[in-house]
Each structure stands twice: as C-alpha cells, then as structure tokens.
Design a protein around this ligand. Structure first.
Ligand SMILES: [Zn+2]
Length: 324
C-alpha cells in the first residue's frame, strides 16, 4: 500500500496537514479557474462583455457552487478564509469593472451578492439542519449530541463551530434544535433571514467609513438586488458600455485631467481638453463643461422635473398631515 499525505473522496480532499487549505486551493486554482475560462466564451469578462446583471447571475449559478464546494465540511478559517475572500472580491471587481484596490463594500453593494463567508455559513447551517432532522440513531446525530454536550467552546470540532455560528447570527442553540425538530423550510427561512440581516447591517454600516462611497446611499445594500447603477435599460451594447463609466464616476475612479495632473509624475495640464476653459474636475465634467451642454441639458431638465415632483409630493403630504 502506498503512503499518501492526501486523498480525495467525492470531490473533497482530505490531507494530513490542512484539509481546508487544500480544498480552498483546489477549488480556487483548478475548478473555479476552469469554470471561469469556460464562461469567457459567453462574454463573461467585465467591460465590453455581458451586462453586469447577467454576469452576476451566471456567477451565482455556475461559479459559486464550485467555489464553495465541500467548504461546509472542512470549514476554512483565518488566513485561508481571508485568501478566499480576496480572490472572490477580485473576480467580482473585474466583472463589475471596479478598480482592484477599490473599497470592498462597493463590490457587494453593486452586485447584491453576499461575502463568501456568508455563503459558506449558509451551507453549514443547512447541513446542520439535515443532521438535526436525521434519524436519532444515525451516527451523525449521535456525534452531534455527544460533541455539543461534551466539547468545550474552544474546541476545534465542527459542531462547536456550528455553535459559534449560531451565536454570531443570533440563532437558537444547536442542541435545542437536535431535540425539537424543525421543518426544513422553517429552518432554511430562519437561517437565511438571520444571515441576510447580519450582513446587510454590517455592509451598510461600513459604507460610512469610506469617503469614496460618499455618493452611494448609506442603506443601499440589499441581498440579491443589483444596484440601479449596474442595471442597463436594454440589451443594447451601447447602453451596456455606459455602465462601467457610470460606476467609475459615482465611485470616484473615473480618471479626469485633474486626477492625471495630481498623480502623474510628468507635468500634465489639468485643463479640460473639451472646452479648454477650466480645470476638468468631476463637478466641471458633470455640470459646467460647455462642450457637453448639448448632452447634459435634456438629462438635467429631466432630473429637475423629477425632483420637483418629489418635492411637491412631500410638501402635499405634510399639508395633509397638518390638516388631519
Ligand atoms: Zn470642459
């Protein structure tokens, strides 16, 4: 018999040293890369390809199950999880045309996706639900009961990790779930709501700390909902090509002459190249540049019209409450 330090069983690699690391590396470097490259043929490559909404739906359907495969069993923690998060965010940023160094919450706000940690936790909670509903004589159920009773909180066991996850999301004690059986639908609804609520609050709170996200509303992250910035009105390629520019302008990563002048080592003139009258800053570009007047006027008219409507509506509501 040959002596091996790792072996694969139903797609999950067990190794003597660190099973989580081996699986994360294998999922990232082999399986996911292969899946991504196979999707490139369908135009999944950020700018100049599919619109973000379709790309994100494809990622969720094809890529996420591969990336998180088996990770509910060999739970990645610490540095391994960080590495996985970094790679996941990097890919998302490429797909929605954000700069790689850009603030992380923006990825989730625009895509409406959850961080990879949340996806793994959802899978773990679902697996635990299956164990809790299993036959009380099955070895998994008995193991769960034994470990949850005996093992201390600092133990490294899988069921103790479950306990920590339940505390994190304010869920009931896993031991009580073992004895009081809950239907699959009810458990799923309960865990999904708890996980979504936790991450929605956390990401929305983080927005305030990034000055680059000042033009994005503070409570704009909603799980599963793509930010209106990344939505296209039609399948028209011209419309799709505008999305990355729109995202870059709102997140302040669109490079104008003033940015070039400030960060380039060569002596660059910050004056607007379109009108040659003032420095090309974001306010000049959006509101003042005369060369863009023709395009801007109808849009601005529309914005003013909508704003007045909203203001009038708000004002009439105030009067109604006052009359009552
Ligand atoms: Zn100008």
């Amino acid at each position: 018999m040959p002596v091996v330090d790792k072996a694969s069983h139903i797609g999950i690699t067990r190794s003597q040293n660190n099973s989580a690391q081996t699986n994360v590396e294998e999922n990232l470097k082999k399986k996911t890369r292969r899946a991504i490259y196979s999707l490139m043929g369908t135009d999944l490559h950020g700018e100049n390809g599919l619109d973000p909404e379709t790309s994100i739906a494809m990622l969720r359907t094809y890529f996420l199950p591969i990336l998180t495969y088996g990770l509910e069993i060999v739970l990645p923690k610490g540095k391994i999880l960080d590495n996985l998060q970094i790679q996941y965010k990097k890919l998302l940023k490429q797909i929605i045309s954000l700069n790689i160094n850009f603030a992380d919450p923006a990825v989730y706000i625009i895509s409406g996706l959850l961080p990879i940690e949340a996806e793994i936790h959802l899978k773990i909670l679902s697996l635990f639900g299956n164990i809790a509903r299993a036959n009380k004589n099955s070895s998994e159920w008995r193991l769960a009961e034994r470990q949850l009773h005996i093992k201390s909180f600092d133990s490294n066991r899988w069921f103790i990790d479950i306990k920590k996850i339940c505390i994190k999301y304010n869920l009931q004690n896993p031991l009580s779930l073992l004895y009081n059986e809950m239907s699959k639908g009810k458990w799923k609804k309960m865990t999904t709501t708890a996980v979504h609520k936790y991450w929605t609050t956390r990401i929305n709170e983080e927005i305030v700390y990034y000055s680059s996200l000042k033009y994005i509303l503070t409570s704009s992250f909603k799980v599963g909902i793509i930010h209106p910035l990344a939505l296209s009105n039609s399948a028209n390629q011209r419309d799709i090509n505008r999305i990355p520019i729109r995202i870059k302008i709102v997140t302040g990563t669109y490079i104008l002459q003033t940015n070039r002048a400030a960060f380039n080592q060569n002596n660059i003139d910050p004056t607007c190249k379109l009108c040659d009258q003032a420095e090309e800053s974001i306010s000049h570009f959006l509101l003042c540049c005369r060369a863009l007047d023709q395009i801007r006027t109808p849009i601005l008219k529309n914005v003013i019209c909508k704003c007045s409507e909203l203001l009038a509506l708000k004002h009439s509501n105030i009067q109604l409450t006052f009359c009552n």
